[in-house]
Design a protein around this ligand. Structure first.
Ligand SMILES: [Zn+2]
Length: 83
């Protein structure tokens, strides 16, 4: 009965697929880490001291500024000090 064999094969493949999918899901559920706490790194503006998110800060080397104006002011101020 080749038709019966074919149906048996299809059923076996389907069963393996369903079981492997179930195992994969339960494995993922176990290994998934809990959501990380929302921590935003902040930095102080080197010019005015305003605390801002690091991702929004304007950088000049290892210093952070709240805006390009303050960065430029600080650079010019340092330039004036050197005179
Ligand atoms: Zn500033």
């Amino acid at each position: 009965m080749p038709i019966f064999r074919g149906l048996l094969l299809v059923a076996a493949v389907w069963l393996v697929f369903v079981i492997s999918r179930h195992l994969l899901r339960s494995h993922r559920a176990r290994t998934a880490s809990p959501p990380a706490p929302t921590y935003i790194a902040t930095v102080d503006c080197a010019s005015c001291g305003l605390r801002i998110p690091k991702t929004e800060a304007v950088t000049d080397g290892n210093r952070y500024f709240c805006c390009t104006q303050h960065r430029d002011q600080k650079i010019h101020a340092i330039g004036d000090d050197r005179k």
